[in-house]
Design a protein around this ligand. Structure first.
Ligand code: FAD
Length: 475
């Protein structure tokens, strides 16, 4: 049953957005209580604005009622960023899904935040253009969510993450004012500050994005190795030789078997690890790069080498790679995907540590990673109905992060901090660093009403963060 205050909040939101723009029934709100990491409590309301003015109205109303505001794209985030952990209003950008303009001559698109990532590349294709960042969730995740998390993906190795592609943006601030900023503005780079801010500084209501020219020639090859060590060695050799691959992805045997069972893309199932290599550009260069990479793979002991012979085969290989997490549903009902980085040359040690940690916690693990970026994604496979497995996953996830930090890496490569990793921030930042970041947040949002309980560890607002000992405690 709604309280009087919640009733008034709902009435004001409905007046601003119209009856179809506000949800308050528990069965409707259930869809806004979770993301791909976890669920929490129901929000008081879900608001579905259609433009920046309606977003501004939602912000003003929620503020007046003292309710937190949690922005939500597609809810594919893997660290609880869009979860309303303290209730409040979930502000869904899903209805703001229009491509506002596509300027092929200048290779720039203007979009609303609810445009699905892949839809932009599809719209730009007739002009020989595409959008570079391609998180594996690109069929469903939204460009606003991608910008808010500074998303990467397999091609971030060559093209960079979202921050390299957002050249301007519109946002609604805590007062409900609407502002445009671009990377060309004199003074502070506010665009850069907002990209990756995970909904804690303002609501992104439009983005201006750089588009890339579709390469004339693309090769996708698969090299089989007896293990991750040899595959990683090959990646380091390719980078050291200065060969401009556009993606370098590794999958271990557990992942390959799961994706083959589902996609039948033709990955070798007996290999200990496979390396997916993409090279793109002008035809003669691409052929030369492929030959050079194949030679390096031979030097690293490749067991088999295959080059996709058609666009269809290429797409099948990519669909299988990008569907790796979902394919694990064949092995167990749940998976937990960790996101951490290490210096690329330390990938073999990192994977050995991940496997040892999984054994210690008696959990199966599969490894898929953006090898070119040294970005690991161990997938711990479990059944959440069993408490032992659930506890083991949390503990193993923490141990994996600690191991990666120990190897010179950090706590996130691309998924962000969100709710999941906020207590681990002090493992890589000093109390002074965190206080400085918190002051920046305070400059945008003094009341901390935008996505509270995200990014910063508990105690950060009142300056009580301590830098813990390097060993993570088990939750
Ligand atoms: C199967 C799978 C594969 C994935 N692969 C990748 C990958 O390869 N690379 C990668 O980087 N990530 C990947 N992800 C993670 C996820 O898809 C990305 O983080 C993505 O950018 C989230 O977009 P979203 O629209 O779902 O945002 P949400 O999950 O809805 O939100 C994410 C965060 O952004 C904030 N936010 C959303 N929209 C706005 C807005 N308009 N203004 C302000 N804040 C906003 C939210 O409050 C939240 O903090 C994957 C996830 C899954 C489930």
């Amino acid at each position: 049953m709604l309280t009087v205050a919640a009733d008034r909040l709902r009435d004001e939101l409905t007046l601003a957005l119209g009856p179809g723009g506000v949800l308050t029934a528990p069965e409707d709100l259930a869809a806004y209580a979770f993301d791909a990491y976890s669920d929490a409590r129901l929000p008081v309301a879900a608001a579905l604005p259609r433009d920046a003015h309606e977003v501004a109205a939602v912000v003003r109303i929620a503020r007046a009622h003292g309710e937190p505001i949690v922005a939500r794209g597609a809810g594919t985030g893997l660290c609880g960023g869009a979860v309303p952990v303290t209730g409040g209003v979930v502000l869904s950008l899903a209805r703001m899904n229009r491509i506002l303009s596509l300027d092929a001559r200048n290779r720039i698109a203007r979009v609303q935040p609810g445009v699905i990532n892949l839809d932009l590349s599809r719209a730009a294709a007739p002009d020989g253009l595409f959008f570079g960042p391609d998180p594996s969730s690109q069929r469903i995740s939204m460009l606003g969510g991608n910008a808010a998390t500074n998303a990467g993906g397999p091609h971030a190795f060559a093209y960079g993450s979202m921050s390299a592609h957002v050249i301007g943006l519109e946002f609604v601030d805590e007062a409900g004012d609407i502002t445009w900023v671009t990377i060309d503005d004199a003074g502070y780079d506010i665009t850069g500050v907002l990209v990756g801010s995970e909904g804690t500084l303002g609501i992104l209501t439009a983005l201006e994005l750089r588009l890339l020219r579709t390469p004339r020639a693309v090769r996708v090859c698969v090299a089989a190795f007896d293990g991750v060590e040899a595959a990683s060695e090959c990646v380091s050799s390719i980078v050291a030789a200065g060969i401009a691959a556009t993606a370098l992805e590794i999958m271990d045997r557990t992942i390959v078997r799961a994706v083959e069972a589902h996609y039948r893309a033709g990955y070798p199932q007996e290999a200990g690890a496979v390396l997916l290599v993409e090279v793109a550009g002008e035809s003669p260069d691409v052929e030369a790069s492929e030959r050079a990479i194949a030679a390096l793979a031979r030097d690293c002991g490749t067991l088999a080498w295959r080059s996709a012979s058609s666009a269809r085969e290429r797409e099948a290989l990519w669909a299988a790679r990008k569907g790796a997490a979902g394919a694990l549903g064949r092995i167990a009902p749940n998976y937990y995907i960790q996101d951490a980085t290490v210096p690329r040359t330390r990938l073999p040690q990192a994977i050995a540590r991940v496997e040892a940690i999984a054994r210690e916690h008696r959990l199966p693990v599969g490894n898929v990673f953006h090898a070119g970026d040294g970005n690991l994604h161990p997938l711990l496979i479990f059944d959440r109905r069993e408490q032992r497995q659930l506890d083991a996953v949390v503990a193993a996830g923490h141990d994996i992060l600690a191991a990666c930090i120990d190897l010179g890496g950090t706590i996130s490569g691309e998924h962000g901090i969100g709710y999941e990793k906020r207590e681990t921030l002090p493992l890589v930042f000093s109390a002074d660093d965190i206080a400085t970041m918190e002051r920046l947040r305070g400059a945008f949002d003094p009341a901390r009403g935008f996505n509270p309980d995200k990014i910063f560890p508990s105690g950060a607002v009142c300056g009580e963060v301590r830098t813990p000992s390097p060993t993570l405690s088990h939750a």
